[in-house]
Design a protein around this ligand. Structure first.
Ligand SMILES: Cc1ncc(COP(=O)(O)O)c(C=O)c1O
Length: 412
């Protein structure tokens, strides 16, 4: 589909091609491999002389439809769908760095990404320097001759800080580095990758893009704007020579994704494609419900603190307002002083579900210090903004009064 349509139209029609017998949804092509009539035909596809599918680990028609839609939404030249958000981050980063290289990353990260960078990639000779993404001078000063990329979450999960992404993009680009943004929390609805200055955008599609909590997935979107013909990236040369502005996408899919194998199941690609259609409607409701709940919590005498960029007195409010057009996402964190009271509140909630996910239509809560961040030291938790009393809420799209009533009765 042509990319001149506006965002909400692309959500519904983007990337969709006419299906068999007039089907209006993308067919689920549940096949591991694709047959060719001749040996020459299959060789042509393998050698890149002809477009075509060969094997679902590398590409699949259902997944390709999802990829076309996601690329259109973020203004990318190409997208690569993966089996999870973590597979997307791993694949994107491994496409760029090699042993001996360094990643410069925001310290305000989802716990899994922190562990991937510090432990898993650390064990393969890739060092990550963690910096406060709000400290622009600190970020600039942390770049050295080994740095190969800058990685940031658009809104940190669960710290909920809001980095000035265009300013960070400039710092990365001044140093000749690609700027990678995990925009899971904001989605292309709050701002597209282009608006944020990202070269590569990553989403865990398990969250808001899917919106129903029925499947896990991820995506890497390449805006095709970074110049990979750079002495910092000699390993990109064969891909740059052949694919030019598609060099990143080609190296990601034809080398790392092919070898790592983090491909989505066709059924999950179908479920993602279906879920995305309602993203705009859901995000509006997530944002307005979250603002209403944050204001309620702020006014409650038993609540010690609330963090939500939509609150006018939040230190992140101005940047968030500028970048995301007056919408602040669906995540709130708050505390009531200690872990026992956090547990009491979670145990008293009747509507909100206690589980390790965000971005579902349903309101969700979790106590990160004892769950998703339980393996980290107190210092590491502090880096991620996780205190012992912190409850993270992923505000759903239910009636806002029912959500507020649930927290009201739990607090009381
Ligand atoms: C910001 C962010 N990025 C990445 C991930 C990882 O995504 P997935 O669970 O789909 O692997 C998460 C998961 O919570 C996340 O919140």
């Amino acid at each position: 589909m042509a990319n001149h349509f506006r965002f909400s139209t692309l959500l519904v029609h983007g990337g969709l091609e006419p299906g068999p017998a007039g089907a209006t949804t993308v067919p689920i092509v549940q096949s591991s491999s694709f047959a060719y009539d001749t040996a020459e035909g299959l060789e042509d596809v393998f050698r890149g002389r002809q477009m075509g599918q060969v094997y679902t680990r590398i590409g699949n028609p259902t997944t390709e439809s999802l990829e076309r839609r996601l690329a259109l939404l973020d203004g990318g030249v190409a997208a690569l769908a993966t089996s999870s958000g973590m597979a997307a981050i791993t694949t994107a980063v491994m496409t760029i760095v090699r042993a001996g290289d360094e990643i410069l990353s925001s310290s305000s990260l989802f716990g899994g990404t922190f562990s991937l960078f510090r432990d898993t990639l650390g064990n393969f000779g890739i060092t990550t320097r963690f910096v406060d993404p709000l400290d622009l001078e600190g970020v600039r000063n942390a770049i050295n001759e080994r740095t190969r990329l800058l990685f940031v979450e658009s809104i940190g999960n669960p710290k909920l800080d809001v980095p000035d992404l265009p300013a960070l993009a400039k710092i990365a680009h001044d140093a000749g580095l690609p700027f990678l943004v995990d925009a899971t929390v904001t989605t292309p609805y709050l701002a597209t990758g282009g608006e944020l200055g990202a070269d590569i955008i990553i989403h865990s599609t398990s969250k808001y893009l899917n919106g129903t909590g029925n499947s896990i997935g991820g995506v890497i979107i390449d805006r095709g704007v970074f110049d990979w013909n750079s002495p910092l990236f000699p390993h990109f040369q064969p891909f740059y020579k052949k694919y030019r502005s598609f060099a990143f996408s080609a190296r990601a899919r034809k080398l790392i994704h092919k070898d790592v194998g983090g491909c989505p199941a066709p059924l999950n690609s179908f479920l993602m494609t279906e879920g995305i259609q309602t993203l705009a409607l859901r995000m509006e409701r997530h944002c307005s419900n979250a603002l209403a709940l944050a204001r309620f919590l702020k006014s409650h005498p038993k609540v010690s603190w609330v963090k939500y960029p939509g609150l006018e007195d939040s230190p992140d409010h101005e940047v968030a307002k500028r970048l995301y057009g007056g919408r602040y996402g669906g995540l709130i964190t708050f505390g009531t002083g200690d872990k026992p009271s956090a547990f009491r509140i979670i145990n008293s909630l009747k509507l909100a579900r206690n589980l390790a996910n965000i971005g579902d239509a349903k309101t969700l809560v979790i106590h990160p210090a004892s769950t998703i961040c339980c393996d980290y030291s107190t210092e590491e938790k502090a880096l991620m903004g996780v205190t012992e009393d912190l409850i993270r809420i992923s505000v759903g799209i239910e009636d806002p009064q029912d959500i507020i009533d649930d927290f009201k009765q739990a607090l009381e």
